[in-house]
Write a protein that binds this ligand. Sequence first.
Ligand code: RIB
Ligand code: CA
Length: 314
Amino acid sequence: MPSPQKVIIDVDTGVDDAQAIILALSRPDVLDVLAVTCVQGNVDITNVCRNTLRVLSVCDRLNVPVYKGCEKPLTGEGPDATHYHGRDGMGDVANPEPVDMNLIQSEHATLALLRLVNQYPGEITLVALAPLTNIAVALRLDPDFGKKLKEMVIMGGNVQGKGNTSPAAEFNFRSDPEAAHVVLKEIGCPILLVPWETCADNGQSWTWTENWLKTDTRKGHFQNSIVQYSIGRLKSANRSHYRSCDLLAMAFIIDRSVATETEEFYGEVEMSGSITRGQLVCDWRKVMGRKVNIKAVTAVSVEKARVLYDAMLL
Ligand code: RIB
Ligand code: CA
């Protein structure tokens, strides 16, 4: 058996980040989670850190170090996603388990990223499930940061111009377009992108989901409590399926065959468009003459993903 992949997970723990962390920690045979780095995104950085500790506690994995990162985008103010994840980012569940915030490491997340890639050059897969602020700052502190990564897996952006936060942009890229621009241009390691459209088009049926949420385990009960707020939002919007973007992105890392089709292209983030700010512009027709910088997952085996989702709650 190959040794587990070394991963660092960068999160803005909301509900789907929480699910992705549960999945990652459910497979120590496949993933060695070196650290979880937090960044402002779905909710403010304090709630992101608190929520991350709550998830680690439910998984009995408070030994995984959690680092606090950037509290704001590189420029301006990004949107938040409290309308979907709840004010606290975890579905505003009454009387959640308390956590000890002293467990947050004193080292800044970006400095931890720099230290770990120097400790394990070429070995770490950086899983980015949030705005890319921490990673962009790491590139400004060490221009070779990305070259010391094995690869990046990014949940974010879009490949057909469809947005979930604006008509044209996905949340993580719209939250910090400048950071996304810097990372796509300068990271210098392979990028596997899980775009919004792939997540939106490959959800789980409500029948399967409702059965999944009845899983009678500690992790199952925790998940069932934190998803109710966002499920209410999806159902009031008459969404035909349940989708969890970060969870799907993590599924690819555990089982690469979950991705049944990928496409490669040059992509760049629009930063100044009055209505397209944050959109990932994909040069599908290769008219820009730029080197390919992105491999995007464009088709998925939902069945293979479900196998992982069922097992993660046991
Ligand atoms: O667009 C979905 C992404 O934005 C997910 O990572 C979700 O957690 C939010 O960060
Ligand atoms: Ca996220």
